[in-house]
Structure formats: structure tokens, C-alpha cells
Design a protein around this ligand. Sequence first.
Ligand code: SAH
Ligand code: MG
Length: 197
Amino acid sequence: MDKKQEEQLRIYAKEHHVPVMFEDGLAFLIQLVKENEIKSFLEIGTAIAKTAITVASLGKNIEVVTIERDPEMIKEAKINIANSNVSEQIQLIEGDANEVECPLQEFDCIFIDAAKAQYQRFFAKYSPLLSQDGIIISDNMNFHGMVENPELTHNRNTKHLVRKIRAYREFLKNLNEFETEFYDVGDGVAVTRRKKS
Ligand code: SAH
Ligand code: MG
């Protein structure tokens, strides 16, 4: 993505409180995409397409499919994708990730970054589409430190989400087929791979 668009999207996200990935989390994700030679990338939760455009910009041979349900975000994402120079590499799917049909059947990377209460459902639906050596990246595993320190909030809804994320972390740890590493970058990032048999 060119510097000008990056700046523009960062400012938009800030002004409109769009929960785009933290800068160091995004840098970590970029590194993973490069190291693992990711060619197909599925994102659950497009928002304004900042990450989708960033990932597509890493190589002409990278295909991105990204899913978003919020009409306001879809509108912004479309404009931003059209204004980028990687629009032909990105497919935006409009709708709830729990319901939509995915246009590709295999992905080297699946990035889960949408409604925090639904991560386990997303994992169940999309992990079968992961290529043999693919990676699943889950964002917001620390939820601003509240997963470790739940006393940081008294809001009922937030407490519920904290519990959901903690349960998702346990779910990842207990999977038989997959192994997961948790990284303390950005808002907490989990990287899940198939166990070698
Ligand atoms: N991945 C983006 C940030 C995503 S913010 C980035 O890195 O820049 C989370 C987004 O997920 C929001 O725009 C929200 O509307 C969307 N979302 C939440 N639940 C969803 C669902 N079930 N299906 C599709 N999109 C969802
Ligand atoms: Mg996030």
C-alpha cells in the first residue's frame, strides 16, 4: 500500500474508532505472511480493508478473500480497495462470516479478526479450508490486557467477551490436530498450525 493511502486509512480508523490491527501486530502479521510464503489469505472482518490491502501489496501472486458484514464498513472497504493498486487481488465478500459461502476452497493463511464472541465458530467453519502447512492467525487474544486482568473492566458485556476470549484460548490449546503459540504483540496474536504427524 502506498504511503499516502496508509496515512489516510490510519487517520480514518482513528477518527471513526475502527478497531484496525495495532501497528506492531500488523508488522508481525506481515512477517508471518512473508516467512510462510502465503499465497492465499482469508480474513474474517475486513473493516476498512487496511490489512487486506497491506497483505495484497506484499506480492502480485497473493490472493486475498475478506469477509465483512457491516454496511458502513463495506462501503469504506470498497472505496479503499478501488483506490488501491491491488484491487484485482482482493475479493470482498459481503455478509456474516457464519453464513456466507467462501469462493476459494483452500487458504495458506486464515486471519480471524471479527466479533470476539464468535471466534470458536469461525474456527470451526473455516479451519477445514486451511492448506496442509497453513497458519491460522487470531487477533485480540489479550483484549487490552483484560484477559489476564479481568478486574480492568466492570462492564457486563466486556466481561462476557473477556470470558469468551479466555475460553477460545483454552479451546485452541486443547485441539488435538492443531498446536498454537501465543505472542504478546499488538493486542495479543495466536498462531495455529496443524500438528506434524
Ligand atoms: N481486520 C481488520 C479489522 C477488523 S475490525 C484490520 O486488520 O484492519 C472487526 C470487523 O469485523 C468489524 O468491521 C466488524 O463489522 C466485522 N465483523 C464482526 N463480526 C463479523 C461477522 N460475523 N461476519 C463478518 N464481519 C464481522
Ligand atoms: Mg483485531
